[in-house]
Design a protein. Structure first.
Length: 199
């Protein structure tokens, strides 16, 4: 390669680079960006944690299982004192129950929560609509948003007493969910239905 050709090639490359720089739109010119470090405050983290927690109110207990019925049916379960029976219904869940009652035209319709053996973690929740309350049921309602009937049989309540009923709205669908079960070990299955009992 001759020196003359090398000089010509170098000159051509310089001219091409100059033309490219002049033709670039202003927004495409790179300018170093100064990044200011951002510190996460504990206050913001605490607020985010509180906002993510499920909020609800203790429900009103309208009726409890009949001891005579439990003995007659030989249902072996220890009933907690009435003051220890607790199920929290969030406002979202209560609003959804009110909406369902209005759609069905039946203010007595209820959500039945049951615990069954099975699932990938040993136990699973079964939630379905019910129109009747059985003699072995606990009957709950939200303290202010009504009708919002929830019924739980005595055996199931012994496995979920103190839990929270919520209504979750997500991109993949909306559904009632049992959250914060004191008897559940860990966070349970990702499906939100199956869970493991604490030892």
């Amino acid at each position: 390669m001759t020196p003359t050709f090398t000089r010509l090639a170098s000159f051509a490359l310089q001219q091409r680079a100059s033309l490219c720089q002049r033709n670039l739109p202003p927004l495409l010119h790179f300018r170093p960006r100064h990044h200011t470090p951002r510190n996460f405050s504990v206050t913001h983290l605490q607020k985010a944690t509180l906002a993510s927690q499920v909020q609800g109110k203790p429900t009103l207990l309208l009726s409890s299982p009949s001891l005579e019925y439990l003995e007659r049916e030989e249902i072996d379960v220890d009933l907690p004192p009435p003051e220890e029976v607790k199920l929290v219904i969030t406002d979202r869940a209560a609003e959804r129950l009110r909406s369902i009652a209005a759609q069905q035209g039946n203010s007595d319709i209820a959500l039945r929560i049951a615990v069954e053996s099975g699932g990938c973690h040993g136990y699973q929740y079964k939630l379905e609509l019910a129109t009747e309350c059985s003699p072995d049921d606990y009957h709950f309602i939200h303290p202010t948003l009504q009708p919002s009937n929830v019924v739980v049989d005595a055996v199931s309540l012994s496995l979920l007493n103190g839990s929270t009923l919520d209504y979750a709205t997500e991109l993949i669908g909306s559904s009632f969910r049992v959250e914060d079960n004191p008897r559940a070990k860990g966070s349970g299955c990702g499906c939100g239905v199956s869970w493991e009992l604490k030892e």
